[in-house]
Design a protein around this ligand. Structure first.
Ligand code: NAD
Length: 418
């Protein structure tokens, strides 16, 4: 996965004519931590899991990024996702660097108590390298507000009351109103901006969504409420489709009871992968990386792909789709709503002041609209795809911050200074 992120970085770095030295400075993670988490299972046996935190870049502020609990979590994934966080926080211009981490585990096979012991042991082992002014974790795949609450509590045992050590906390425990749905809401805002360019609204389009967790389900709910027809949805259990539009509130009720989309009576069952190529105007991959590859790129029907997941499109598939005229709104722009409201949560924690939901959503919309406009304008001016434009914008901001802190001005080419 890191290779794909580096490839996208390289395309922008080539455009900017960056020297090898500057590329190395910008790409090399600042710190990579691996910990061995040994805990007791409910039946008293020893459980052993690997935990990771990659802190990629801190030039623009404390490092920020999610924690993923998944059997695929390893150093390569954490490094790739940490690098994406550096560019993402720069695209939306919030005062953070990038980090990412997680635990190699399968939460579906762990009890709540086991998950609690693993999480708190992870915090104990990582406590010296995270903190409100150092590195602030947040939810990602298979982690949620509850896990963030455990992290805040465990960290606070060592350092005293520290709500700002983690974001995405429960609203009852210093979380922000609007954080849970923020990534899905940000996805909606960038899609609205894309449609606006030729006078359309969400009511004019059909949408297929892969992944129905935090990001996918919130995007579906919000986009459907604006009149879009959600025609296909999948999760780990498989896919469902209904060309008339899936009743999303009814699907959410179904999931509250049955956990997965499988068996939902208001739609036909289809294969999970078929959702990616389903006949819809908009495709929202909101599950895992590498969903869109050369194997399925030619069969994709959508005119626009909004990358709610991180790294869902391989570079080769990106090129094939871009060549066909498909617009790809890249992850580092499309899913930045989550980290943006995490920034609001952290600001609220530091000030001990709660924002109203209306203010959270207004500021999120302002930031997402501006980031989309900045990226689209650069892409239009230079004849670039949106992903390369987003990377260029981000690299410029990070490199300029680095040169204001360190004596590296001589490494910055003209292209970074305009
Ligand atoms: P989640 O754990 O809440 O949900 C993941 C969903 O994907 C689940 O519905 C799961 O069943 C589904 N899934 C997993 N493998 C699948 C497959 N092969 N096919 C179809 N569905 C599959 O995770 P999330 O927080 O919604 O994260 C989803 C993506 O969004 C990830 O790439 C994550 O990095 C990214 N993201 C999340 C946030 C956030 O705030 N949570 C922010 C930015 C980006």
């Amino acid at each position: 996965m890191l290779a794909a992120t580096n490839e996208f970085f390289t395309r922008a770095a080539d455009f900017l004519e960056l020297s090898d030295k500057l590329r190395t400075i910008l790409q090399t993670p600042r710190r990579v931590v691996r910990v061995e988490i040994v805990t007791e299972s409910d039946s008293g046996e020893l459980q052993h899991h690997l935990g990771f935190r990659v802190q990629h870049n801190s030039m623009r502020g404390p490092m920020k990024g999610g924690l993923r609990f998944h059997p695929s979590m390893d150093e390569d994934h954490a490094s790739s996702l940490a690098s994406l966080m550096t560019w993402k926080t720069a695209v939306v211009d919030i005062p953070y660097g990038g980090a990412k981490g997680g635990i190699n585990c399968d939460p579906s096979k762990l009890s709540n108590k086991e998950l609690y012991r693993i999480t708190t042991r992870f915090v104990e082992l990582m406590k010296e390298v995270i903190g409100p002014n150092i590195d602030i974790p947040a939810p990602d795949v298979n982690t949620n507000a509850q896990v963030m609450g455990w992290i805040m509590d465990e960290y606070s045992k060592y350092y005293g009351f520290s709500p700002g050590v983690v974001t995405g906390k429960p609203v009852d425990l210093f979380g922000s109103l609007g954080r849970e749905e923020a990534t899905g809401r940000g996805v909606m805002y960038v899609l609205e901006e894309y449609l606006k360019s030729d006078g359309r609204t969400l009511a004019d389009v059909s949408v297929a969504i892969q992944g129905f967790g935090n990001v996918g389900s919130n995007a579906a709910r919000l986009i459907a409420a604006q009149g879009a027809r959600i025609v296909a949805v999948s999760d780990i259990s498989g896919g469902i489709a209904n060309d008339k539009g899936i009743d999303i509130p009814a699907l959410l009720d179904w999931i509250a009871q049955h956990k997965v989309v499988e068996g939902f009576p208001g739609a036909a069952a289809i294969a999970g992968e078929a959702v990616l190529t389903y006949k819809a105007d908009v495709l929202i991959p909101a599950a895992m990386e590498d969903a869109i590859t050369l194997d399925n790129a030619d069969a994709i029907h959508a005119e626009v792909i909004v990358e709610a997941a991180n790294g869902p499109t391989t570079p080769e598939a990106h090129d094939r789709l871009h060549g066909r005229g498909v617009t790809l709104i890249p992850d580092i722009l499309a899913n930045a709503g989550g980290v943006t409201v995490s920034y609001f949560e952290w600001s609220q924690n530091i000030q001990q002041y709660r924002w109203e939901l209306e203010r959270v959503n207004q500021e999120l919309q302002r930031i997402m609209r501006k980031a989309y406009a900045d990226v689209a304008e650069l892409a239009g001016d230079k004849g670039l795809d949106l992903r390369t434009a987003a990377f260029i914008l981000a690299i410029k901001r990070v490199a300029r911050a680095a040169s204001s802190r360190q004596s590296i001005q001589h490494l910055l080419p003209e292209s970074l200074l305009d």
